[in-house]
Design a protein around this ligand. Structure first.
Ligand SMILES: Cc1cc2nc3c(=O)[nH]c(=O)nc-3n(C[C@H](O)[C@H](O)[C@H](O)COP(=O)(O)O)c2cc1C
Length: 404
């Protein structure tokens, strides 16, 4: 599947460097062009000759290794390659990349690179849990670097815990998914809503919520990658907007309702990941509300339209997916929404769990279906959660189209 792809495998100085041999072997068997670059520390674990034999290519071990390489190679390699994977990725290389340090061939090449970079951390649990390392990882994630999380197990240091590098087969699968996205949504039109809504109180104040838009944006991005024609209806968010077919920016719930309703008819699926405000101020003051002498002030709120319920009411063949973010009785509340809103699937997340819901890069959700089935999706990056949700959307779309 990776035939014709050009992949750079960076190997850094950890015991798991031996596993990089299997990764390189697997990628070579897939007929990818593999170029290995090792840090100096990595050469203490595995000899460059091993990688040279497995990749059938020259292995780079130093920035000034030879004129041939030093001349242009860290720039040209960065540009001609399809992806870079660093496995194992030490705490050191992750710290260097996160802080813009380019003091060897690998870190220089990564800095010059515009292609996807996948990092497979491997280290002792204390190193992994160190807040400085965690911060460096977060920095890189926010810049779009990919991480394949380490697993728990017996580590080389004798400890048992998180830090064991993901298996080479997992890394190979990750690269396949990254470089050859499935096109199973080709021909379908999907509308995704994302972010919070904003309900104005007066010209300078508003009511909103903590939604960052990350989950909805991940869904729109992954649906596009899988071939769908995607419309993203988004409330105000501070994160980069994914490249999709149409982006409609809205502020209030009423605006979102209007944007979704006017496009509903032509959609095959609607995924409502936005966190809309249930209530809005009864009156928006024309002028800034002045501070008064009273200790308290009351704000009258009125109910906003329930967009999902409106969509469910007039649903024809569309697949309708809702989200339920709850802080208590998650399954009970989410299940009642399925019936009430005529949904095909609800994605429930428990906001009380660490790393779940608003503003996190990760999420952990339960998928609930009208027939009572449920499926747990463990803590994952939001792009991976999005992919799992879209797998179900594909099933539902196929079922509906088979019935036609
Ligand atoms: C025996 C041994 C094993 C090591 N294993 C790891 C490891 O698994 N992960 C890690 O982050 N660092 C590990 N280190 C530390 C790194 O080798 C060290 O931080 C080095 O500077 C990394 O350089 P590099 O990132 O340029 O390869 C190990 C060091 C030794 C001596």
């Amino acid at each position: 599947m990776l035939k014709g792809k050009h992949i750079v495998v960076g190997v850094t100085g950890g015991v798991a460097a031996y596993k990089a041999c299997e990764l390189v072997s697997r990628l070579s068997k897939q007929q990818a062009t593999v170029e290995v670059m090792m840090t100096e520390a990595a050469t203490s674990f595995v000899k460059p000759e091993t990688f040279q034999a497995l990749s059938r290519n020259q292995v780079v071990t130093g920035l000034f290794q030879s004129v041939k390489y030093w001349e242009i190679e860290h720039i040209s390699l960065a540009q001609k390659t399809d992806a870079v994977i660093i496995a194992p990725a030490t705490a050191n290389i992750i710290g260097k990349i996160a802080n813009g340090i380019a003091d060897d061939f690998l870190s220089t090449m990564v800095m010059a690179s515009t292609v996807p970079v996948v990092l497979a951390p491997a280290m002792n649990t204390q190193m992994y849990e160190n807040p400085i390392f965690q911060r460096n990882m977060e920095v890189l994630k926010s810049h779009g670097y990919h991480f394949v999380d380490p697993c728990e197990g017996l580590l080389a240091c004798g400890d048992i815990g998180k830090g064991k590098m993901a298996e080479p087969a997992t890394l190979e699968d990750y690269l396949i998914n990254l470089l050859i996205p499935k096109q199973d949504l080709a021909g379908y039109r999907i509308l995704v809503t994302a972010g919070p809504t904003r309900e104005e109180i007066d010209p300078v104040r508003y009511i909103t919520n903590y939604s960052s838009g990350k989950m909805g944006y991940a869904l729109a991005e992954m649906a596009k990658k899988r071939g769908a024609q995607v419309t993203l209806v988004t409330g105000p968010c501070q994160i980069p907007v994914p490249k999709v077919d149409e982006v409609v920016s809205v502020l209030s719930t009423k605006e979102m309702l209007q944007a979704v309703m006017s496009r509903y008819e032509e959609q095959d699926a609607v995924v409502k990941a936005a966190a809309v405000a249930d209530y809005r101020p009864a009156d928006r003051a024309a002028q800034k509300i002045k501070k008064q002498d009273d200790e308290t002030i009351s704000l009258a709120l009125v109910k906003n339209p329930d967009i999902l319920w409106e969509l469910g009411k007039i649903k024809k063949d569309q697949v309708l997916v809702g989200f339920a973010a709850e802080t208590e009785n998650l399954v009970k509340h989410a299940t009642s929404k399925i019936k009430h809103k005529n949904l095909d699937l609800i994605v429930a997340n428990d906001l009380t769990l660490p790393g779940v819901g608003f503003d996190h890069d990760t999420n952990q959700v339960t998928l609930l279906f009208p027939d009572g089935r449920s499926q747990q999706i463990p803590m994952e990056e939001k792009t991976k959660i999005a992919d799992s949700i879209l797998n179900e959307v594909v099933h539902l779309l196929r079922q509906k189209h088979a019935r036609k």
